[in-house]
Design a protein around this ligand. Structure first.
Ligand code: RET
Length: 239
């Protein structure tokens, strides 16, 4: 078997490796902490662990795929997102459930996230020439999620769910508004349509590398950060 060497300036491979380790470590942490988590928050912390665990398995594959082929593991990337982003919607539902969140709200969030991801995949893989249009549709679905979390049902329910849930929802809202906004930046760097026709990186290989690095950083921030906010909420004492 050929031995694959990683050049010290290969930041794509580096972020895939560190992403894999970070997701694994976070999963072990969330799963082991379940034992001393109160029953009320156990499912939420479990879901945090599932999100990073699913990502850890995908990162393990993406890391070796990228190392062996030099290509972007776009397919694995989207399979990961299509599983983990809806689980993040489940987190919003679980923490606002006590305040009366209905299953319909969960479906709204999941449906919007699926529209966001499927159109993103179409723009990245199936119709790259139309990447701007698909990115705009994806962005609209993204802003709908931002709206629900900041001003819509999620925000309103969180207000009546106690100070701690309200605070956690606010922080998660920042993750959605700022942390998730890193992804469209990766998309703009890596797709031929660029930013409404303006290409920021013209060399296709460099563009793909930039996209992978940006996505890897965003995943680490959002998946682990999101889980830690839920974990912190599970440690608060109140109602
Ligand atoms: C753990 C993975 C997460 C939180 C992934 C989130 C992904 C997004 C918020 C992606 C959004 C996109 C747009 C808003 C427009 C361009 C296409 C996407 C799919 C990159």
């Amino acid at each position: 078997m050929e031995h694959l060497k990683i050049a010290s300036d290969n930041y794509v491979a580096f972020t895939f490796f560190i992403g894999t380790m970070a997701m694994m470590a976070a999963s072990v942490f969330f799963f082991l902490e379940l034992n001393n988590t109160s029953a009320k928050w156990r499912t939420s912390v479990l879901v945090s662990g599932l999100i990073t665990f699913i990502a850890a398995v995908h990162y393990y594959y993406m890391r070796s795929y990228n190392l062996e082929t030099g290509d972007s593991p776009t397919f694995f990337r989207y399979v990961d997102w299509i599983l983990t982003v809806p689980l993040m919607c489940v987190e919003f539902y679980l923490i606002t459930k006590k305040a009366g969140a209905k299953i319909a709200l969960l479906w709204k969030l999941i449906l919007a996230s699926l529209v966001m991801l499927v159109t993103g995949y179409v723009g990245e893989v199936l119709d790259r020439d139309g990447s701007v249009l698909w990115g705009v549709i994806s962005g609209a679905a993204y802003f709908y999620i931002v709206y629900l979390v900041w001003f819509g049902e999620v925000a309103k329910l969180a207000q009546t769910a106690g100070a701690q849930v309200a605070k956690a929802t606010k922080i998660l809202g920042w993750f959605v508004l700022v942390g998730w906004a890193i992804y469209p930046l990766g998309y703009i760097l890596g797709t031929p349509g660029g930013l409404f026709g303006m290409q920021l990186v013209s060399d296709p290989a460099a563009a793909a590398h930039a996209m992978d690095i940006v996505y890897n950083i965003a995943d680490a921030i959002n998946k682990i950060g999101f889980g830690l906010v839920i974990y912190a909420l599970s440690r608060t004492k109140e109602d």
